[in-house]
Design a protein around this ligand. Structure first.
Ligand code: GTP
Ligand code: MG
Ligand code: ZN
Length: 326
């Protein structure tokens, strides 16, 4: 029988090599060229969190094992649409957003939540810097509670730390392989520093961040003392869904999809149709205006991609049937 090939876990990806943990030891390995061909629809053929098989020499990555989940978005590249997988094999997504400095960006947060929902990865929203505006933090927390999202409010400023919430996040981290993701300067690395003893990640200066400089420059998978893994990521500015169909989209916004049975049309897209139940839910603040705005923007993108004359080269989408009255 042929001896089995060594396997490893991708910890970090640099321009030319990947940092892979193999038998408890960190190695820097290149990728076999065939991987770039096999996964041409992806910006990169592998992601942090991937499990890989090495070649017989143990000196190159030969195969990427199937993923249990992936967090991916549409890559900001020209030409053919590509997916950018931000992290693989996750069991939890932590969307991090500050209430102020930088301001909360609902569309970015909603993109992350929708992408996690699409992969059925449980997702929490961490609202950071609550010391800067506690009322605003409460307002966002209410909107996301309607969306069935677990919201955790934090402050990591010494002397004002929200210890209970930090402990709660610590517990989540120990039980999962989580990715921490959000805008640059939101406080992702500060959050991990406050929770994980000894991790000492680099923290940004807000003036540098305002000039567009990230502090964290690589996604890095960290094994936590006490169990679990976490991926700290560089800040992102947008999160566009990759190839999502117009009919599928509302199911990534649970509080919007929950209204569908009350709409007049079975295939209602909640986009101005007659007797649409979402209208009433917005008036009663059961759905946040900002959530609906994000939904409409994403719906616009999805519908544009489905038009036959679309120059967009996305792969065909599911759904999109005619409206039928109930
Ligand atoms: N007032 C206040 N400031 C905070 C808090 N948490 C973080 N900060 C500040 O926010 C700035 C950015 O923090 P980082 O942790 O580097 O942000 P990041 O999200 O990791 O940024 P990138 O690595 O660039 O993506 C730093 O100046 C922190 O001191 C907080 O709870 N309250
Ligand atoms: Mg950081
Ligand atoms: Zn409707």
């Amino acid at each position: 029988m042929q001896p089995s090939l060594p396997q490893g876990l991708v910890l970090r990806i640099d321009a030319k090599v990947c940092h892979v943990e193999v038998d408890g030891e960190r190695r820097q390995l290149p990728l076999a060229g065939k991987l770039f061909e096999a996964r041409s629809h992806e910006k990169r053929p592998l992601a942090v969190g991937d499990r890989v098989v090495l070649d017989a020499t143990g000196k190159a990555i030969d195969q990427v094992l199937p993923r249990s989940s992936q967090l991916h978005r549409r890559a900001a590249s020209e030409g053919e649409e590509e997916a950018q997988v931000l992290a693989a094999n996750l069991t939890h997504v932590i969307a991090v957003a500050s209430v102020s400095s930088p301001p909360f960006q609902p569309e970015l947060v909603d993109g992350i939540l929708a992408a996690a929902q699409r992969e059925r990865i449980p997702c929490s929203l961490v609202l950071t810097k609550v010391d800067l505006d506690a009322d605003l933090a409460q307002r966002w927390a209410r909107i996301y509670a309607h969306a069935n999202v677990r919201v955790l409010m934090t402050c990591t400023v010494p002397g004002q730390t929200t210890q209970d919430t930090l402990d709660e996040i610590g517990l989540l981290l120990h039980q999962n392989r989580s990715v921490v993701i959000g805008l640059s300067g939101a406080g992702k690395s500060s959050l991990l520093n406050a929770i994980v003893p000894g991790v000492k990640l680099r923290i940004g200066d807000l003036n540098h961040i305002r000039q567009g400089r990230h502090t964290t420059t690589h996604t890095e998978l960290l094994a936590l003392p006490g169990g679990g893994h976490v991926l700290d990521t560089p800040g992102i500015r947008n999160f566009h869904l990759f190839c999502v169909g117009s009919q599928e989209l509302q199911f990534l916004f649970p509080e919007i999809a929950a209204k569908l049975p009350e709409c007049e049309y079975r295939s209602c897209l909640h986009d101005g149709e007659q007797n649409c139940a979402v209208k009433g839910a917005l008036a009663k603040a059961e759905i946040g205006e900002s959530r609906y705005r994000s939904y409409r923007t994403m719906l616009g993108d999805a519908l544009a991609a489905e038009r036959p004359q679309s120059k967009d080269k996305r792969t065909p989408v599911r759904g999109g049937g005619r409206r039928r009255p109930r």
